[in-house]
Write a protein of this length. Structure first.
Length: 247
């Protein structure tokens, strides 16, 4: 498993993940372009096993919830030990994030924030969650992947890190593709086509094979606006408002 050195390393981006399941990392991030970037030192990964900060022979990290109720809660003292160890290695501006369904929703702007910070420390919860006191005491931000509940923070961490890593210079093959994707400029992405020109009676739109770059650009913008208006009215209203403000 690729890990950062004990001292902070100089890479475009580095991530620390606090988890009960370090073997889940790098997982898919060790494959394809992200994996190649990891091997090349374009980004770095360090996992900390939260159980290493437990003091009993069973390496337990949880206890019953105060006030009763189902499930178990991760203990503040043990999680704090893991966080403090991670902060000792983290860059000054790195966000400290708890992956939680009650957090604000992750988006492209958040991914850019992490990249610009040079790194991030992610706390992956399990069971019913983490003792609230450690989140308050360490000033932990809460971020959600979406309006659904996962069995733990690890899948969310992998997805969020992928969104950041693909923006690191040198990871993607063509940097220009990053500026023509969904959410860039506030719109969803336009449709894509490739050969064969005719498939099951469906033809590539004529404008895309015209060779007229101005017409192609206009068509792509129109389609991006149309798709955003129909599929994501929330994004569309923000886009329209921003365009009015610019005018």
């Amino acid at each position: 498993m690729a890990e950062m050195a004990e001292q902070q390393v100089q890479t475009p981006f580095a991530a620390q993940v606090l988890t009960l399941f370090p073997e889940m990392f790098p997982g898919p991030l060790g494959q394809s372009l992200a994996g190649r970037g990891l091997e090349q030192g374009l980004w770095a990964l360090k996992t900390l096993d939260i159980r290493d900060f437990s003091s009993d022979k069973h390496r337990s990290v949880d206890d019953t919830p105060a006030g009763g109720g189902p499930g178990m809660v991760m203990r503040a003292d043990i999680v704090a030990g893991a966080i403090d160890a991670a902060l000792a290695r983290a860059g000054q501006d790195w966000p400290l994030i708890y992956l939680s369904p009650r957090g604000r929703r992750f988006d492209q702007a958040e991914a850019i924030r992490w990249l610009n910070a040079g790194g991030v420390t992610l706390l992956c919860g399990r069971f019913e969650g983490v003792d609230e006191r450690v989140l308050e005491a360490r000033g932990v931000e809460e971020i959600s992947l979406g309006d659904f509940v996962l069995s733990g923070g690890e899948p969310a961490a992998l997805a969020m890190l992928d969104a950041v890593i693909r923006m690191i210079p040198g990871v993607m093959g063509a940097a220009a593709t990053l500026w023509e994707e969904s959410f860039t400029g506030g719109l969803l992405e336009y449709p894509h086509y490739t050969r064969p020109q005719m498939w099951e009676g469906r033809e590539i739109p004529e404008v895309l094979v015209s060779g007229h770059h101005g017409r192609i650009a206009d068509w792509r913008r129109e389609k991006a606006e149309e798709i955003t208006r129909i599929r994501r009215p929330d994004l569309w209203s923000t886009y329209v408002r921003d365009k009015k403000d610019e005018g």
